[in-house]
Design a protein around this ligand. Sequence first.
Ligand code: HEC
Length: 129
Amino acid sequence: MNRIAIIGILLLMWACVPKGREYGKELYETKCANCHGLEGGGLHELYPPLKNSDYLREHQDELVCIIRYGLKTPIVVNGVTYQTSMPSQPMLSDVELANIINYISENFEPELEMVRIEDVEVQSSRCAK
Ligand code: HEC
C-alpha cells in the first residue's frame, strides 16, 4: 500500500473517532441544560446550579446515581432549599454519563473529579434504587 493511501486511511479513522468533549457538551445541552442552564447556573429556587455547587462537590461520588435515578427528597445547595425533584434518566449509558460528568468537570466545577467509564460502572453498582 502506498504512503498516500495509508495517510488517507489514518485521516478517515481520525475523523470517525467521537470527540469526547463535544459529545459531553451535546449530551449536557439536551439532557441537563433545560433545567440547570447552559452555563450550569440553575434557575432561581426551582433548579439548583451545578457551577460552584457545594452539594455537587460534597456528593461527587453519588453523581452517577443522581443522574441515573433522579432526586426526590428536598436538598440544600449553597444554603437554598430545593423542593422540586429531578427526574431519572435511566436511558443514559455509562459512556454517556462519563461524558456528561467530564463536561461538567471541565466547564463548571473543576473540583469535580474526571471519571472513566469503569468509575461510572463502580458508582452505579452502589446506587440505592
Ligand atoms: C427536569 C429538570 C432537570 C433535569 C433535566 C436535570 N435536573 Fe438535575 N436537578 C433538578 C432538580 C429540581 C434538582 C434538585 C432535586 C431535589 O431537590 O431533590 C436537581 C439536582 C441535581 C444535582 C444536585 C444538586 C446540585 O445542584 O449540585 C445535580 C448534580 C444534578 N441535578 C445534575 C444533573 C445533570 C448532570 C443532569 C443531566 C444529565 C440533570 N441534573 C438534569 C432538575 C433537573
